[in-house]
Design a protein around this ligand. Structure first.
Ligand code: PXL
Length: 277
């Protein structure tokens, strides 16, 4: 069945993250993708300085009200980077009123990485984000975000028990299931840990480099696309991980391409993978 998703996050005009990756990736998966931009930035905030930031908070409810009047509804919501606590509250309202009965809610609490909050965020924002996470059918944090949300001290190295405890705590916040990304238990390997239906499923793959900006957005987008194409949570978690690995493989040797990944070059395989069955 042809599904329609609404993704709510900023548009960083340059830099291969947020909406500029979500829209092409989810569309390539064969899913109708509508966007609600929360802000317009000249670039993302990871490594650039002096970016512009146009806050679109004031447009978000009028846009969603117009959709409601026009009878437009969504089968799923996928939220990413949000610029303020006020926007988090609006997103909750939009998910409550603009979806079909039982619309799926995928929340990526995009606010931190490598042990640090992104510029402009604070613990008050983290606390508001917990409320949004509580409503998620699927929560997609990286290890830094998961530690912040569960008030756990961030660690570079940890064991499976540590990661599983965090997943359980995230579900304790109210999320139905969790896909914890960037979870590695041995050198040169990383993976994703899925906690769904009281069961864990770990998919490990090799780690190429320390991480690129926007890979979390590429992951979440491919995950949403696969899930809405009817793949299981575990298959979607694996398909998205393989996609991001290929994105990094296509990028890391090009030192001039430090700001994001060349996800466009990995789309053909993703499309092929989702075309079968
Ligand atoms: O990739 C997450 C993201 C999204 N949007 C903006 C960002 C970042 C990460 O740095 O700065 C504006």
């Amino acid at each position: 069945m042809y599904k329609r998703v609404l993704t709510i996050q900023d548009i960083s005009c340059f830099g291969q993250c947020s909406l500029t990756v979500a829209l092409p990736i989810i569309s390539a998966c064969g899913i109708e993708t509508a966007v609600l931009p929360s802000a317009v930035l000249s670039t993302h905030t990871g490594g650039f300085t002096g970016w512009t930031f146009r806050d679109l908070t004031g447009d978000m409810l009028p846009i969603s009200e117009h959709w409601r009047e026009a009878g437009i509804q969504f089968d799923a919501f996928y939220t990413g980077y949000l610029g303020s606590i006020e926007q988090i509250n609006m997103v909750q309202n939009i998910m409550d009123t603009n979806g079909v009965e039982g619309a799926i809610r995928v929340v990526d609490p995009a606010m931190a990485d490598n042990g640090n909050l992104y510029p402009g965020f604070n613990m008050e924002f983290v606390s508001a984000m917990k409320d949004l996470c509580a409503e998620a059918d699927v929560l997609l944090p990286n290890m830094t975000e998961a530690c912040l949300l569960t008030e756990t001290d961030y660690r570079d190295t940890y064991d499976r028990e540590f990661a599983e405890t965090i997943c359980r705590k995230l579900c304790g916040l109210g999320a139905k299931s969790v896909v914890l990304t960037g979870v590695g238990f041995r050198p040169d390997y990383t993976g994703v840990l899925l906690f769904d239906d009281a069961k864990f499923d770990y998919y490990e793959h090799k780690k190429i480099t320390k991480g690129f900006n926007g890979t979390g957005d590429c992951y979440a987008s491919a995950f949403v696309g696969s899930l809405l194409r009817g793949r299981s949570m575990a298959d979607s978690a694996r398909i998205a991980a393989d996609f991001v690995l290929e994105c990094i493989e296509k990028t890391y040797e090009d030192k001039s391409h430090w700001y994001g990944v060349k996800f466009e070059l990995a789309l053909p395989r993703l499309i092929k993978e989702l075309a079968d069955a």
